[in-house]
Structure formats: structure tokens, C-alpha cells
Design a protein around this ligand. Sequence first.
Ligand code: ZN
Ligand code: ZN
Length: 130
Amino acid sequence: MITGSCFCSRVSYTLNGSLQNGRSCHCSRCRKAFSGASSAYAQLSPGSTVSWTGKEFLSTSADEGLAIGFCGSCGSTLCGMWNGDVHGLTLGCIDGDPGVEIEEHIFVGSKAPWDHIGGNAPQFEEHAET
Ligand SMILES: [Zn+2]
Ligand SMILES: [Zn+2]
């Protein structure tokens, strides 16, 4: 069972299902959303759902369209949302093994000048070609 929580532990969750398509995006927006060199996230596998504890602390950057869900108390980025529905989880907030790895680095063409990408996962200038 996959569980996760924010920095201050006010928000936690259990994933009922599994994750797929682990990615790291190095674009300027993801760097700000994740306060780091890149994002690290994975999509919910079809049929998977998330059960929240402390959901009253979960804030969103937008009510419609693409948004991030974050803890309104400590600021940890917890999930990606589409029209209010969770479609992905941030790998950094997962406790233990999420069952996926970073399979591709995207938007490497606009990565930060101080970012040195390690590992063997394929790198794409923008979106992955798959
Ligand atoms: Zn928090
Ligand atoms: Zn990005």
C-alpha cells in the first residue's frame, strides 16, 4: 500500500491502487512548484483513487484545469490535479517505495544552469516522444 504525507504531517493519504509513468520535468514552472531542480511525479493508474487525511489543509493553485495540490500549512506539493480531480502524486511526499522510478526527464532544454541530471533515464528537450 502506498502512503504519503506533507512536511508538517497535517495532510496524509493512502493510494488505493498503483502509480505509472514516473517523470521528472525540468521546466521553469515545475522548478517553482517543487522548489527544486525539477518535479518528480507519477500518474495514478486507471481506477486508482486517493483517500486523504487532513484534506481541509489541502489547497489548490486553481479550481479548474491543470493545478497543483499542496499543504496550506507547510507548502509541500502533494499532487497534480485536473479540474479538481487528483491525477498524479509527487514522488517526494511518498513514504517508502512508490513502485515506480523516474522513467524519463522532460523539458531538459529549459533546465536550470546549475542542474546536473544523473541516472540512465532518457532525456527529452520538451515533451517525451512517446
Ligand atoms: Zn503540511
Ligand atoms: Zn514542468
